[in-house]
Design a protein around this ligand. Sequence first.
Ligand code: SF4
Length: 370
Amino acid sequence: MDWQWFRTQLLTWYAVHGRDLPWRRTRDPYAILVSELMLQQTQVATVIPYYQKWLQQLPTLTACAEAQPQDIFKLWEGLGYYRRATYLHQTCQKIVQEYGGQIPQELKILMTLPGIGRTTAGGILSHAFNLPTPILDGNVQRVLSRLFALTTPPHRNQKQLWHYSQRLLDPVVPGRFNQALMDVGAGVCLPKDPQCGQCPWQNGCMSAQSQQQHDLPVREPGKEIPHRTIGVGVIWNAQGQVLIDQRPSTGLLANLWEFPGGKVEPGESIPDCIRREIDEELGIDIQVGEHLITVNHRYTHLRVTLVVHHCFYRRGTPQLRGCQAYAWVALPDLCRYPFPQANQKIIQALQARPIPPDPLERGGGRVQSK
Ligand code: SF4
């Protein structure tokens, strides 16, 4: 195998076709750390504005380490996979506390930090410090599986894929090589429609030569993603505020704020579900009102349908049974709290429609909150 041919072909192509991305204009290890965490399972176009805003607000590793969790989540709001925000925060804190504020330049040490696996560590070390550390994200797995016509599904073939990624890597400009490899994966060796005619490796690619590129990488039959219907209440009090609560500090969407609610049980109506969930989660009585919006959202392992109703507070002091904190908030102040993406659509619906009349008002006056 003429490894140098592959390197030269790729780097020559990259010099002309490489993408101009904000994190490629810097060698600041902190900025590169931020970009690598944000780019995990997220497209470049989505990440760019978040990356820029993050560095404007938290321009140094120390500033990130010292930030309040609420500010971290607010900056990450809408980017998804929120655990990464916590990991980035914790990683910066650990680097300040244990490594004098300097990002460790040893792969094994870097991989002990929260949220940093081998690919992320490889990306940081090669890009920021020009160290010869390979990468193997989903795109790279696809490219290498095709380049070497590998007939084992990538997740069962990690050792061989890492071997190829390391063997191909240019020892002189590893950072540049890895960026170029990512660009081939993102723009040329596309999942459904590989553009072999534009690929720098066309003449050396085993699957292109044997016309197998559309059949590789081999996929395992996918599992069906479970679906849940969730009843959600936007609970109004007499002051025209809505009740939100903060999710637990672990698990899906940890620490984010949301409108309270929960999973509909078999045979249960949406209003009954909302009443039950609010009672279980917060221990208050409410009256369920008209439907506000239905939101469909997909997470990696779960699809949800949020059926949202206006509700009216009746009695009881909210308890912290299934949440960390709660707050009564006026609509214009909701923007100060970090919400999951699906809840953003609820906020938009609230902003587009006026507060509904409380049924009790029609019968003679609002109930006062305690
Ligand atoms: Fe992918 Fe085609 Fe390039 Fe091979 S030649 S790496 S299949 S785009």
